[in-house]
Design a protein around this ligand. Structure first.
Ligand code: GTP
Ligand code: SPV
Ligand code: MN
Length: 597
């Protein structure tokens, strides 16, 4: 097949990678529907994907990963900078030459008998100021088909790149899917990403976490912008006015759900609407004209968590994945050739195959032991086109992005964090981000439900030293004349029986409206040791069953004892981040401790 570019940097790099991996042939992905369709047919013929019921789920497919390969692997993810301190203590580090030596052994001959696909893709609208280009080489059709959904792929990317060397090089080889030799590696100094021995989303769709967060965060610091693990949504008021919010929650903590929320009945009746701009990643730049921070979603689709998605919790996500979708590690319903997952509905299929590929029915499911008995893996996902989302924002393809009024941090905290609070200012807000914590989820390999610090929801995704990243946040605040206000939310406070107190999902809009009212100085607040908390009566609870103003008071309470206990944990974490922690953060920490008394 002919090359799709004459760019000599691109061609010589591909030659080099092909000489090492030794594929039988090289195929350039041009972004055409014909080529995509031929690849789907080929992947169906080998069993790599399964074509689902085309009447009920047009253009939808099912894929199962290897059993040992179902989530991101943070202990095998590396930032390879010349100096160790540039990667910092929170990242795994290895010197570039040493890592490459190790990787080259794993790559050598790994594509023998296979095809190497060349995927030219853009993060952001091709040709826009925000856009950055990448080329991913992979031996997986599943990766190609996912990248065609998640990014903007095609010859127009190569045209936009021209003869420039300014693109991110990504090499992915499945090799033996050997967990012991799995490596997800980043070389920010040379714009390279290398991934081997995995076939799972976040490890292999190199435009996503590897490029749009780890490499991009490194570039953002160098170039004066930000790459964040944030959803972007627009709230449309009854008078037609629109305000935008970005929110950073750790993996599987509610970004997709918040980004696509449907207003509760009472607010919908008044005329409120919510539009989704993005559900996972935001690139943020200061706009010279109005001095505000603007956000774009560099992705083209959603790689969303399937379990728990249903007609009530997130109808928009459900409708988005009724067509043109790849499902990964969900239940295959054999009777009608569709898919199912825990929390979809109360009609689990009787005749089905679970995510492992074994016969399954609901009698095998034990709620107390979900991980081992669920039909769908807890981190099973759908890959769906943003354009198919019923509430996708008209600004989704905007070249300049949307102006951000509020930045919201959040996580899963059973007790400590109140439903919502506002930081005193940008510097304090950056501190609030730095002390974020959350109970771990199935999105990454390892124990689930353990509280760990996850600053700005970026612990696994900062491509450089965490302390320098915090300094970048502090510095950015000084460069944004009309900076967004910074808040923290927690949808996950539980009662003594362990049930969530706040209804969450669509009702979260009630909290967003308080946040936006604060941004406009339209509502008062109570000053506490941790920040500004709403007056209970200012959270609209109209139409909410089981929630009284006393419940809200309870949700907003600041439990000083648990905050004091948290301070110790924060200090230990700061010590672990080490010397690069900005002095300003320590000052904020001391001030918080003093306010707590
Ligand atoms: P990544 O794609 O991993 O970055 O995750 P995400 O942040 O987009 O998480 P997502 O919206 O997919 O939510 C993950 C899980 O949290 C799902 O099981 C949801 O049902 C649950 N969830 C989301 N929002 C809420 C909420 O407001 N309240 C409660 N109780 N659960 C929620
Ligand atoms: C996350 O884990 O935060 C995700 C899924 O959004 S992955 O792309 O696998 O990282
Ligand atoms: Mn994510």
């Amino acid at each position: 097949m002919a090359n799709l570019t004459n760019n000599k940097f691109v061609l010589s790099w591909i030659d080099e990678m092909a000489a090492m991996t030794q594929p039988d042939k090289i195929v350039w992905i041009d972004g055409s529907e014909e080529q995509a369709e031929a690849l789907r047919a080929e992947a169906c013929s080998t069993g790599e994907i399964i074509k689902l019921n085309q009447e009920l789920l047009p253009n939808c497919y099912l894929h199962r990963t290897a059993i040992n390969d179902v989530a991101r692997v943070e202990d095998r993810t590396f930032i390879c900078t010349t100096k160790k301190e540039d990667a910092g203590n929170i990242n795994n580090w290895m010197a570039p030459a040493e890592m490459k030596e190790k990787l080259f052994k794993l790559y050598r001959g790994s594509m023998k008998g296979r095809t190497m696909y060349v995927i030219p893709y853009s993060m952001g609208v091709v040709g826009s100021d925000f856009a950055k280009y990448g080329i991913e080489l992979t031996d997986s059709i599943y990766v190609v088909l996912n990248m065609l959904i998640m990014t903007r792929v095609g010859t127009n990317v190569l045209e936009a790149l021209g003869d420039s060397a300014d693109y991110i090089k990504g090499l992915h080889a499945r090799a033996d899917i050997d967990a012991e030799n799995r490596y997800i590696t980043h070389f920010p100094e040379t714009n390279e990403i290398m991934s081997v021995n995995s076939g799972y989303g976040g490890n292999v769709l190199l435009g996503k976490k590897c490029f749009a967060l780890r490499i991009a965060s490194y570039l953002g610091r160098k170039e004066g912008w930000m790459a964040e693990h944030m959803l972007i949504l627009g709230v449309k008021y009854p008078n037609g006015e629109k305000k935008y919010i970005t929110a950073a929650f750790p993996s599987a903590c509610g970004k997709t759900n918040l980004a696509m929320l449907i207003p509760p009945k009472a607010l919908k009746a008044e005329g409120y609407e919510v539009e989704c701009v993005g559900d996972d990643i935001a690139w943020l730049r200061v706009n010279k004209e109005d001095g505000k921070l603007y956000a774009v979603n560099p992705e083209n689709g959603f790689f969303g968590v399937a379990p728990g998605t249903n007609e009530k919790s997130n109808p928009n996500a459900l409708h988005t994945c009724l067509r043109d979708t790849i499902f990964t590690n969900v239940v295959h319903d054999l009777d009608n050739n569709t898919v199912w997952w825990e929390g979809l509905n109360d009609n689990p299929p009787a005749n089905a195959i679970d995510w492992r590929g074994n016969p399954w029915d609901i009698s095998k499911y034990d709620k107390a032991n979900k991980a081992a008995t669920a039909g769908a893996h807890p981190n099973s996902r759908f890959t769906a086109l943003a354009a198919n989302c019923p509430c996708i924002s008209p600004e989704f393809n905007s070249l300049k992005g949307v102006p951000v009024s509020a930045i919201v941090f959040g996580g899963r905290r059973a007790k400590t964090a109140p439903l919502v609070y506002q930081s005193f200012n940008w510097q304090h807000g950056s501190f609030v981000g730095s002390i974020m914590a959350s109970e771990t989820t199935a999105a990454a390999a390892g124990a689930v439900g353990v509280v760990r610090r996850d600053p700005m929801a970026m612990r696994p995704f900062v491509g450089y030293n965490m302390g320098d990243y915090w300094q970048h946040w502090l510095d950015m605040g000084k460069k944004i004349p009309n900076a967004p206000k910074i808040f923290h939310v927690n949808w996950f406070r539980t009662d003594d029986e362990g049930h969530f107190i706040w209804p969450g999902f669509g009702d979260n809009l009630r909290v967003l409206l308080w946040i936006l009212a604060r941004c406009e100085d339209k509502v008062d607040a109570v000053e506490t040791a941790i920040g500004y908390v709403p007056k209970a009566e200012d959270i609209n609870i109209e139409g909410l069953e089981d929630i009284t103003i006393d419940t809200i008071r309870d949700l907003l309470s600041v439990d000083v004892a648990s905050w004091k206990a948290d301070i110790e944990n924060i200090k230990a974490f700061y010590a672990q981040v080490g010397e690069a922690v900005p002095a300003t953060m320590y000052e904020e920490l001391a001030a918080l401790e003093a306010r707590l008394g």
